[in-house]
Write a protein that binds this ligand. Sequence first.
Ligand code: ATP
Ligand code: MG
Length: 576
Amino acid sequence: MSDSATRSDFIRDIIDEDNRSGKWGGRVQTRFPPEPNGYLHIGHAKSICLNFGIAADYAGKCNLRFDDTNPIKEEQEYIDSIVADVHWLGFDWQDRLLYSSDYFEQMYEWALDLVKKSKAYVCDLNAEQTREYRGTLTKPGRDSPFRERGVEENLDLFERMRGGEFPDGSRTLRANIDMAHPNLNMRDPVMYRILHAPHPHAGDKWCIYPMYDWAHGLEDSIEGITHSICTLEFENHRPLYDWFIRAINEGRPEPIAHPQQIEFARLNLNYTVMSKRKLLTLVKEGHVSGWDDPRMPTVSGLRRRGYTPEAIRNFCDRIGVAKNDSVIDIALLEHCLREDLNKRAPRVMAVLRPLRVVIDNYPEDQVEELDAVNNPEDPSAGTRKVPFSRVLYIERDDFMEDPPRKFFRLAPGREVRLRYAYFIRCVEVVKDEQTGEVIELHCTYDPATRGGDAPDGRKVKATLHWLSATHALPAEVRLYDHLFTKADPDDVPEGQDFRANLNPGSLEVLERCWIEPNWATPGGPSWTDGIQRVQFERLGYFCVDNRDLTPAALVFNRTVTLRDTWAKIQKQEQKD
Ligand code: ATP
Ligand code: MG
């Protein structure tokens, strides 16, 4: 039975009904079928959560199957990344890591069977002619001149195609359906093409390859898939998949299984492109540093950015599945992330744009170890020690020499609180003689305010984060913004494409940042994926970039800011 207390949607309704009617004998078998021609993205995550989630809810099984029918675009690197990403998202296919290419022989046998039944023929039209004969939505197609070839000739030619006798593109095997069919997919679609290319999984075995439309339904049938869940663009391919299976089953004493295809709306996110072709362009042209650039919507990019699998799974649950296309606000994805990190990420102090502060009345060589709370949301996370000394760094933005009315942070003569430490008052501003830039502040501290409260009850309007200059560790911090400036990246003037909307400010690298020495608190959570995530107080959530780590400095990626636009949108909606 469905875990319907938490999840319910039109697909689970169909499965419930099938289970009631006994259509599959209570069996639920799904699959996630990526083509290994790129890295997985957040849209795939939706499909992964759906397929593996359904299998889990109904005590069924979900296969991970590589739909590897096009060797030209497929690579082992993609296969490896997909395996790693699905695993990282938290799903397990047990021993069912499968490859369509392992079924090529079976598919070939079935193709021979269709030839023998006069349901398929070898066609000598080239690609361009085939397109031309196909007609359009408003114009019926024309029969290929090779449509009436006899069975014997077709068998002979098809076997020789497989034997490698003919050059690429010279012949195809096509289904014999109807060139005037209103559904273009039914106009004698190509089943096999000649392609003298090695295959990442099958090696040199084949020089003819099945087309996706011929292969896909058969793969599902071979694996005993009950519910073949796919995105809406395959809706008008379904009649073809059904035709193929019925054609194979005609006259067959033991019919092959006929899975039920169910289509759902793909995930679209604003400020994001999701097509693999576009993502590949971004990588190839160097607009990003690679498939796992933290600005990419790929699973590996999100991981490197600091996203947790829990946040992504939660997001996929919340958006649910529907039958009609929509665009999801990326603020919702970020909201799910903040929710998770807020619960789990240890708080530490870091200064991204440092300004030196000397506490004039603090003893030269004194160091105090002050107690700091690791996570106010999780008392079990405990506390840690933060060193305090005479020379500190604060954030440049937290000081203004000539503050406007609403600026409550540090200014000449003003007193503020240093978190977990003392009240300090600014007594002098040192500037660069040449540029006039503020380069150092002199302050005094009030020893009676240790811990952050004044015994005489006096108040301050701001609390700043800070670091002891001699104890802080150097770090490089990378700040990210949306990769595109427009909510719809494809909204461009004529003659341009999505690249015109790339955000030139999507990456800002701050090379001279500082972080507290005990940032990797022992009391912090052990992230199951080994990625260290923290909240820099007042600044946002960050994670260690394991890839670009240097011996000289830590490298942090900003995962997400603290400001939650989604929560704001929701509040506004409740008011309206
Ligand atoms: P292409 O077929 O153009 O290479 P694709 O994104 O469809 O790209 P596949 O590897 O075929 O890539 O996708 C694997 C599975 O993920 C398919 O079942 C597909 O329907 C699903 N999928 C792909 N993109 C999305 C998306 N944006 N939202 C939900 N599911 C998706
Ligand atoms: Mg696809």
